[in-house]
Design a protein around this ligand. Structure first.
Ligand SMILES: Nc1nc2c(c(=O)[nH]1)N[C@H]1C(S)=C(S)[C@@H](COP(=O)(O)OP(=O)(O)OC[C@H]3O[C@@H](n4cnc5c(=O)[nH]c(N)nc54)[C@H](O)[C@@H]3O)O[C@H]1N2
Ligand SMILES: Nc1nc2c(c(=O)[nH]1)N[C@H]1C(S)=C(S)[C@@H](COP(=O)(O)OP(=O)(O)OC[C@H]3O[C@@H](n4cnc5c(=O)[nH]c(N)nc54)[C@H](O)[C@@H]3O)O[C@H]1N2
Ligand code: SF4
Ligand SMILES: [Mo]
Length: 646
């Protein structure tokens, strides 16, 4: 008798994770005798020029999350103390009924301001981001969190200087003769971008990387400027000033297409090469070389990352950096301009919402939850609904966040895929689907594409989407809602490319003019950072994770990287157990010693789960909950520490 092999099917979908690449995926499922479907392989699908036939190692293993032992498969209700993570299994009816009761009670006694929608969903598809959960909280007039934790400062800076101007197309970087990668680590965080840069290099392009660390791209670059964190404003002004003396300012373009250039350049004049070298920790020669290469290379492409934004000078730095392609007239031809986030309003899916009243809502800064929800604070919050976020790991000042989440007078719901450090503090945990379990659509912040997302398998366990949770809760609260249909789900399985046009040719900032001076905040000006301790601790993206996702099965080590000179000065060696501390906190980790970071700058990965640290807290025990001066964006890299042997 021949044994029947299980049937296999390959489904085309797309990656919805918080990564600029938004790869097209081919997912192989095995279909059992009873019709049950199980993911057995995840790889690239053809047809997406950025994906180019390969995906990252993380998502090749994404099924380990889908079928993780930590996966939440039923609603759970807390039985232990907050933080203990002890729960009993509950039905959906009981869980939704309990949440609805607590919400009604809170609204009745303290008004809708007492309900806080702590929704982020940056690794979800477009429908799941703007789901019925969001519509419900809008209809209730609940408080919502402003997404201050990431890209808030960079985004506001772009809006300030370039208005609605879309990013240059990352695919166009192949045409550049100079590529300036400023505060980005694409090898890790936008992994399909470096091969495009290599194509430009093969045609003779130069590459400059501006980063306190010698990243993989910096290692291969023609020039690496290991700037001090938070000093980019000064570097940008020094380049502009050098251009002013060497004919690098494109006067005709600036007169036609920029406002505030004279005022901007007056500030730049303060930053001679020597003055800038002092503050940035660079040599005057290197700054001049970058300025000269940029002045004489056409087309030149700037790729700005999210490194420059994460400090108190973040807004000033991003605005000053974005002024450079305008001042130099580096726009208008393929391979020129600036690549930022390609996220674009026109490609969001449209849904037909029920007609709802939308009462005014108050806004709370996401990254400061440890402050506004601190025990004893006078904020009216009574119900906190967390969805698509892991604040106990990812928000700054972990001890304050833990204290806030430990409050017994705040009823906390966490809608999650897996049991995280945040679910430990939940009164109710609701099981969430992954993007392999529902239909959706996804746009991208690193390419101009829209792609359908397919339900490859049935929802695991009793998990439900953000949309379904919103509907269930809305109905329990007396709204007669069903999920509204989606107006745009492409029928074809592949990516659709959205044409956006070329900067300053087809697309324009404000009435054709960039604003080098912000109407409220003026000229971008560097403010010296108050370094209370000798070492600056930065915490960039890790190749093993997307933020904290996948930390359940492949965690980066809980370690800190230090330059050999700093280690020698402290008589420390690689492998030592060390204590990283400042006035806010102290953590014990292993020491790595390598010259891939500049002296004075130490590095830990963002997103490591608290359980991987011996004392149950990680890097964010040390990061401040302060905000940047432009829009109160998170300042993770304003972390000043000392390190000694544990
Ligand atoms: N594998 C993986 N990919 C990811 C993510 C992930 O966690 N893992 N996260 C995703 C998300 S949410 C985001 S926002 C993006 C982030 O993508 P990136 O923009 O690449 O952000 P980071 O890794 O935070 O930092 C980028 C670089 O900035 C440098 N840097 C730090 N401070 C400064 C500074 O003051 N000035 C300058 N010039 N450089 C500085 C750091 O050393 C780092 O190499 O990546 C996305 N992609
Ligand atoms: N020290 C330090 N900390 C940082 C940063 C830093 O540079 N340094 N950078 C920050 C950055 S760039 C960012 S973007 C933030 C990220 O902060 P968070 O968004 O809080 O971090 P994530 O790990 O992405 O958490 C998202 C959670 O949502 C869950 N999830 C994913 N998809 C869905 C879904 O469809 N529905 C539901 N209900 N849940 C879902 C995931 O399982 C995951 O636990 O962290 C910031 N934290
Ligand atoms: S995480 Fe990024 S690189 Fe990896 S598959 Fe998803 S989109 Fe592609
Ligand atoms: Mo982010």
């Amino acid at each position: 008798m021949t044994q029947l092999l299980p049937a296999r099917e390959v489904v085309t979908t797309a990656c919805t994770l918080d990564c600029p690449d938004t790869c097209s995926l081919a997912v192989t499922v095995e279909i059992g005798a009873g019709g049950d479907r199980r993911i057995v392989d995840i790889d690239a699908a053809p047809g997406n020029p950025l994906t180019d036939g390969w995906i990252c190692a993380k998502v090749k293993r994404h099924m380990r999350r889908v079928y993780a032992p930590e996966r939440v498969t039923t609603p759970l209700i807390r039985v232990g103390a907050k933080g203990e993570g002890r729960f009993r299994i509950a039905t959906w009816d009981e869980a939704i009924g309990t949440i609805a009761d607590r919400m009604r009670e809170a609204i009745g006694t303290a008004g809708s301001d007492s309900i806080v929608a702590f929704t982020y969903n940056s690794s979800a598809g477009a429908v799941e981001r703007a789901s019925t959960t969001e519509a419900l909280f809008a209809a209730l007039g609940a408080a919502h969190v402003e997404h201050t934790i990431c890209a808030h400062t960079a985004g506001a800076s772009w809006d300030s200087v370039l208005g609605d101007l879309p990013s240059a197309d990352p695919l166009d970087v192949v045409h550049a003769s100079l590529v300036v990668v400023w505060g980005a680590n694409p090898t890790v965080s936008n992994t399909h971008f470096p091969p495009l840069v290599q194509q430009a290099v093969a045609r003779g392009a130069r590459v400059v990387v501006i980063d306190p660390r010698r990243t993989a791209m910096a290692d291969r670059a023609d020039l690496h400027l290991a700037v001090r964190p938070g000093a980019d404003t000064v570097l940008a002004h020094a380049i502009a000033n050098h251009w002013q003396h060497t004919g690098g300012i494109d006067r005709a373009f600036v007169d036609a297409h920029a406002e505030g250039a004279d005022e901007f350049l007056a500030e730049s004049a303060r930053w001679t090469l020597d003055a800038a070298a002092e503050v940035t920790g660079l040599t005057a020669d290197d700054i001049a070389t970058l300025a000269d290469w940029w002045r004489t290379s056409r087309p030149a492409m700037l790729r700005i990352g999210w490194g420059p934004e994460r400090n108190a000078n973040g807004g000033a730095s991003c605005r000053a950096i974005l002024a450079l392609p305008v001042l130099g007239g580096h726009v208008g031809v393929p391979g020129s301009g600036v690549i930022g986030s390609t996220g674009h309003g026109d490609v969001r899916p449209r849904r037909r919402w029920p007609t709802i009243d939308r009462p005014a809502r108050r806004t709370l800064p996401l990254h400061q939850v440890g402050r506004w929800m601190a025990p004893g604070s006078d904020d009216p919050v009574r119900v906190l609904f967390v969805q698509g976020a892991n604040p106990v790991v990812m928000c700054p000042d972990t001890r304050a966040v833990m204290a806030a989440f430990s409050r017994d007078d705040v009823f906390t719901v966490v809608h999650e895929q897996v049991l995280t450090d945040t679910t430990r503090y939940a009164d109710v945990v609701l099981p969430a689907t992954t993007a392999f379990e529902i239909d959706d659509v996804v746009t991208s912040y690193g390419s101009f594409t829209v792609q359908p997302v397919r339900a490859v398998i049935e929802p695991v366990g009793e998990s439900r989407s953000n949309d379904e949770v919103g509907v269930a809760l809305a109905r329990a609260l007396g709204f007669d809602w069903t999920a509204p249909p989606l107006d745009v789900v492409a029928d074809d399985p592949g990516p659709r490319v959205v044409a956006v046009g070329r900067q300053f040719v087809d697309t324009w900032p404000f009435e054709g003019r960039a604003r080098l001076v912000d109407p409220v905040h003026g000229v971008p000006r560097h403010v010296p950072l108050e370094r209370s301790m000798p070492l600056t601790l930065i915490s960039p993206a890790s190749p093993k994770l997307i933020n904290s996702m996948f930390g359940e099965f492949q965690s980066p080590s809980a370690s800190v990287l230090m330059h050999p000179d700093d280690a020698a000065a402290r008589a420390l060696q690689a492998g030592d157990r060390v204590r990283v501390h400042n006035a806010q906190g102290s953590i014990e980790v292993a020491l790595d010693v390598h010259d891939a970071t500049r002296p004075g700058v130490v590095v830990m990965s963002k997103g490591v789960w608290l359980r991987h640290h011996p004392e149950g807290v990680g890097v964010n025990a040390l990061t401040p909950d302060t905000g940047d001066g432009l829009v109160n964006g998170a300042c993770f890299n304003d972390t000043f520490v000392e390190i000694e042997r544990a």
